[in-house]
Design a protein. Structure first.
Length: 173
């Protein structure tokens, strides 16, 4: 049994130490996903907190502990989509006037390239390459067929490559 699945089972049995270890193991990856998708650290903090609350509520009902990673990212994605829907529903006069400046670490061209991608393409790149989810797991999280994930991944890589080439980076193909 993989270590995360074992931690999930121990959490379901009520072991507090296991829950702390589960959070330690996955918190950074979850926050990084939220940061890359939301675009700023403050929103990432809020989304990560919302996700952990939902995980705590749903963990006792998780029937397949070995599927924790896709389940976790599905919850995070749902929180992000709910937040985006709420933002898009706001009248223009209630919208934030200024987008916060990204922190200095995110000025790397690759991260800027990710930010420049449409949400659909950015999401599949982050899930597949950053969080090492399989095509099938990405499909489960995004709720599209695996073939759609493959085409989005192809398109996202092409768009990211074009962005980097525009900026003067000429890596090998």
């Amino acid at each position: 049994m993989d270590p995360t699945a074992l931690l999930v089972v121990r959490c379901q049995l009520g072991e507090r130490d296991a829950l702390a270890e589960l959070v330690r193991t996955w918190h950074t990856q979850l926050w990084n996903y939220a940061r890359r998708m939301a675009g700023d650290a403050e929103t990432a903090d809020e989304l990560t907190q919302e996700t952990w609350v939902a995980v705590l509520r749903g963990l006792p009902k998780l029937r397949e502990p070995e599927r924790f990673a896709p389940w976790l990212f599905t919850i995070a994605r749902r929180s992000l989509m709910n937040r985006l829907r709420a933002q898009y529903a706001q009248p223009p006069d209630e919208a934030p006037e200024e987008v916060p400046e990204p922190d200095p670490l995110d000025r790397i061209e690759l991260l800027n390239g990710l930010k420049g991608l449409p949400l659909v393409e950015r999401e599949v790149l982050v899930l597949f390459h950053v969080h090492d989810l399989s095509l099938q797991e990405c499909a489960e999280v995004i709720r599209v067929p695996a073939g759609t994930v493959k085409s989005r991944l192809f398109r996202a890589r092409r768009m990211l490559r074009e962005h980097l080439v525009e900026r003067g980076f000429h890596g090998e193909r």
